[in-house]
Design a protein around this ligand. Structure first.
Ligand SMILES: NC(=O)C1=CN([C@@H]2O[C@H](COP(=O)(O)OP(=O)(O)OC[C@H]3O[C@@H](n4cnc5c(N)ncnc54)[C@H](O)[C@@H]3O)[C@@H](O)[C@H]2O)[C@H](O)CC1
Ligand SMILES: [K+]
Length: 466
């Protein structure tokens, strides 16, 4: 990389930051801006942005929180007409710029930083965080104590992992990237996010020589006498996810429901808990609504005895948590737990998993020797020796019963079409999240709407262009 004069990167960062703040304020002249300034370069960014806003006529006050303050930045602010103020100014601000700490932070915010973060959160002014909201660990999204809750985070050079993964993502607000000319030098090589173009490249498409068998046949072993709907939703996801054919295998009640909803599916009514006579499939989805009784356990063992990839979800995960030996097989396994299910599998605490999702998803992949898709407000996919893929689509409206069953069907269909567990899981999560957004469009959705919106999501990634 060519050498840049000292301070150039910070000037670029401050210019981008000031532009976002000015946009948010609408009119800059006469508005009150308070800077929370820590002792490092994060505070420097805030001071130089404050200088720019002061030159445009804003009243700018800096609350200096650290033992030291970025000297040149403070001088620039004072020369532009800004001032140092005490913390009582926070409550009256139209805009608060959080420059307490950035990527140089370690551990929970100490005082007076923690108290300042709380005061800013309680104030009426919008908060713009510099690089990351202070209190969020930039490399993992962990929040160990107090954290700033930003309206917008202006991040420098590259998206930090902590802005994509909860709980960090939840307090980052809208994330604006400022290109400071570092290109691809900053991103964490252990974390990646698929773009629409990546998904477009990975998605299997039927060719001239395709027929329903060659496109990929998915087996679905799901649903029981209690949860018949899970079977219907998983099959629906699979049909919309592009499986050439779906073979459903199960008990009477769910089988009747699947037949009624999906005449396209080939239904085998099981008298015995075995899939031996179901016919050839290229992958299985095992578990949604299956139950956890002896019959379900035997059916799970029969599916896992096959030599094709298996996606395990919901009750299937409870069964393998009780009998981890079921996971010992040659063919690949993809598990799709939420935090509670992963807690049972790892004999860990659910809250610990929620607080450090990246660490736990990596640990699960390594310890269990399978691909892991951890569901939640940010879905993450891990496989040993690969970067964790963080899903960037999705919406809070997807937190609704049955949406996980649809995801199983979509990702299972991609497995049956020949994608690896890693790609099927991450493309499945991407499409499912996008389908959720399209289906919700700002209002509640039902899981069946998500399955119905999967083709529109596929069309959207296809037309995203290079
Ligand atoms: N890296 C780049 O190319 C650019 C970075 N920019 C900005 O600079 C910050 C990183 O600055 P740095 O000085 O390294 O660290 P911080 O300002 O994040 O914080 C260090 C400072 O804070 C104290 N501290 C650490 N942890 C805590 C804590 N838990 N509680 C209280 N105080 C804490 C520590 O003692 C240090 O004094 C980066 O984020 C960008 O904003 C520029 O944009 C230019 C390019
Ligand atoms: K910050």
């Amino acid at each position: 990389m060519a050498r840049l004069p000292e301070g150039t990167l910070m000037q670029r960062a401050a210019t981008g930051l000031a532009a976002v703040c000015a946009d948010l304020l609408g009119r800059v002249y006469g508005r009150r801006v308070v800077l929370l300034v820590g002792s490092g370069d994060n505070g420097g960014d805030a001071l130089y942005a404050g200088e720019r806003l002061a030159r445009r006529g804003a009243w700018v006050g800096a609350v200096t929180a650290g033992a030291r303050t970025h000297e040149a930045g403070l001088r620039a602010l004072l020369e532009a007409g800004g001032r140092v103020v005490d913390r009582s100014a926070i409550a009256e601000a139209d805009l608060i710029i959080d420059g307490l700490v950035g990527i140089g932070a370690s551990g929970a915010l100490r005082e007076p930083y923690a108290g300042l973060a709380e005061e800013a959160n309680a104030a009426r002014g919008a908060i713009v965080a510099v690089d990351v909201p202070s209190g969020v660990d930039a490399s993992s999204g962990r929040v160990a104590g107090a954290a700033v809750r930003a309206r917008v985070t202006v991040t420098m050079g590259a998206y930090k992992t902590g802005l994509l993964v909860d709980p960090g993502a939840a307090v980052a607000g809208e994330v604006e990237l400022v290109d400071i000319g570092l290109g691809a030098y900053l991103p964490d090589p252990d974390v990646a996010a698929l773009t629409a173009n990546d998904v477009d490249d990975l998605l299997p498409r039927p060719g001239k020589e395709s027929d329903k068998y060659r496109r990929g046949v998915l087996g679905v072993a799901a649903g029981g006498d209690v949860f018949t709907g899970a079977a219907v939703l998983a099959v629906g996801g699979a049909l919309r996810g592009g499986a050439g054919m779906v073979r459903y295998a199960g008990r009477r009640a769910p089988a009747d429901q699947v037949r009624a909803h999906w005449p396209e599916a080939v239904v085998t009514l099981l008298d015995e808990p075995s899939v031996e006579h179901v016919g050839r499939v290229q992958a299985w989805v095992l578990g949604p609504g299956l139950g956890v009784d002896r019959w379900a356990h035997e059916l799970a063992a029969s599916v896992l005895a096959s030599n094709v990839p298996v996606l395990i979800d919901a009750d299937g995960l409870t069964l393998v948590a009780e009998d981890r030996g079921l996971l010992r097989r040659e063919a690949p396994v993809l598990i799709t737990p939420h935090a509670g299910e992963l807690a049972r599998l790892l004999r860990a605490d659910r809250d610990d998993i929620e607080a450090a999702r990246l660490d736990h998803v990596r640990r699960a992949a390594a310890e269990l020797g399978v691909t892991v898709l951890l569901k939640g407000s940010t879905t993450v996919v891990a496989e040993d020796a690969r970067p964790v893929r963080v899903n960037t689509t999705g919406t809070s409206w997807l937190a609704a019963g049955g949406t996980g069953d649809v995801l199983s069907g979509v990702a299972g269909a991609l497995l049956a079409q020949g994608l690896s567990c890693y790609d099927a899981a991450s493309c499945g999560a991407f499409l499912h999240g996008l389908a959720g957004r399209l289906a919700a469009d700002g209002a509640p959705l039902a899981a069946a709407d998500v399955a119905a919106a999967v083709p529109a999501a596929i069309r959207a990634v296809t037309s995203a262009g290079p």
